[in-house]
Design a protein around this ligand. Structure first.
Ligand code: NAD
Ligand code: MG
Length: 385
């Protein structure tokens, strides 16, 4: 059997490095054809020397030069920027594009990959938040697989295997609640970046870790689930489950509920997206009931964590609203990480941005890109004021 060629966009990040762990565990099944990074050139050089991909792409101009010099004597070609990403996802040797870039920068490469008839393993949820309707119609048009990597969506996807004829009644997306679960607004005024970066169960990139603390991550995941599984907004519920063992649930029309469970470890959803529809034996950690004699479930607090309510509101409004939400969120999270905005202020600024950017009911890809650009400018202005 020939090896499956994988392009890993965002190979140096939390998901990207774990994807390489999976590829390392199955050297006769997978081949890393493409690896890319933003600004972590050192790690990309190390990865390229180990995996010997056909190409690497670097989007940071200074790091691009460094990587190009370091790999000059290798067979790996070094490409630059978004053009580079667009080129490599089209390679004939690539059968799956694992998009593990953070933010709306992942949108265009995903579109090109689908148009080149590549299956997509999607970690980059922002792609579906910005342009879910358009992306899923392209997935249909080009007949490719959209394989979720996000653990909740992988769980739902796994629950739906073999259920093609059986409509969904409800999806329950589980949420750990993050480091501030149970706190009220007054207790969140002074929280620091260091506290927000301490996720109880998962070790992830900085942006998604802040999103998890503010529940924006769950809001983005509700939007992601709506588009991936073609359900109505009212069919997607969030349930807080602090242990992060039940990764999500599907309820069918007969009332039966299926859940997918396991220890919190992204390697499993990453592996499943790469091996689907098969399951490969691995030696990843196994769940032990004695470590978790009790599992808890509670209601999400949307009054304290406004971001989750805002995500539902943008989904209901449709058009480019979720795109505005995402762009504003990327900017406020960046500002929070630089200590330029308080934790609770993030939702306030997002809400103001949502009011200020022009609504477009039926956006094209260009409209989404333009909305993303304008929303970022407006959010930056609001933070300065
Ligand atoms: P990360 O910050 O650890 O890594 C991001 C990767 O993208 C890095 O390789 C970085 O160099 C690259 N990158 C950053 N900005 C870029 C840009 N503008 N253009 C091109 N490349 C860029 O992030 P992560 O935690 O691995 O998350 C990646 C994506 O996966 C996010 O969309 C996140 O929401 C999603 N996700 C992550 C996890 C997790 O466990 N980390 C779980 C579920 C979903
Ligand atoms: Mg998730």
């Amino acid at each position: 059997m020939s090896k499956k060629g994988i392009a890993i966009l965002g190979a140096t990040g939390s998901v990207g490095t774990q994807a390489l762990d999976v590829i390392r565990a199955f050297p006769d099944k997978f081949e890393a054809v493409v690896l890319t990074c933003g600004s972590n050139g050192d790690l990309l050089i190390k990865q390229a020397l180990e995996f010997k991909p056909k190409s690497v792409v670097v989007t940071d101009p200074i790091q691009y030069k460094r990587v190009k010099e370091a790999l000059a004597s290798q067979d790996t070609s070094v490409l630059f920027g978004e053009e580079g990403l667009i080129e490599v996802v089209q390679y004939a040797e690539v059968s799956i594009v694992l998009n593990a870039i953070v933010g709306s920068a992942g949108l265009k490469p995903t579109v090109t990959a689908i148009q080149s008839r590549k299956d997509i393993a999607l970690a980059n949820k922002e792609t579906l938040v910005v342009a879910g309707e358009l992306i899923m119609s392209l997935v249909k048009e080009y007949g490719v697989n959209m394989l979720p990597v996000d653990s909740e969506h992988s769980a739902i996807f796994q629950c739906l295997v073999g259920e093609d004829q059986n409509p969904i009644e409800k999806i329950y997306v589980t949420a750990s609640g993050g480091p501030f679960r149970g706190r009220k607004r007054g207790e969140l005024l002074q929280v620091t970046k260091a506290e927000a970066l301490k996720h109880p169960n998962w070790s992830m990139g900085a942006k998604i870790t802040i999103d998890s603390a503010s529940l924006m991550n769950k809001g983005l995941e509700v939007i992601e689930a709506k588009w991936l599984f073609d359900v109505t907004i009212d069919q997607v519920d969030v349930i807080v489950h602090p242990e992060s063992i039940v990764h999500s649930l599907v309820q069918f029309k007969d009332g039966s509920m299926k859940a997918q469970m396991g220890v919190p470890d992204m390697k499993l959803p990453i592996q499943y997206a790469l091996t689907y529809p098969d399951r490969f034996e691995n030696n990843f950690d196994r769940f032990n009931f004695m470590d978790y004699p009790t599992l808890h479930f509670e209601k999400a607090d949307m009054e304290t964590f406004r971001n989750l309510a805002l995500a539902y509101e943008t989904l209901r409004a449709g058009g480019n609203k979720s795109c505005i939400l995402n762009a504003a969120n990327e900017v406020v999270v960046g500002a929070f990480l630089e200590d330029n905005i308080g934790f609770l202020e993030m939702s306030d600024v997002i809400e103001q941005t949502l009011d200020k950017v022009e609504f477009i009911a039926n956006p094209s890809l260009e409209d989404y890109m333009e909305t993303d650009r304008i929303a970022r400018l407006i959010t930056k202005e609001l933070i300065k004021d």
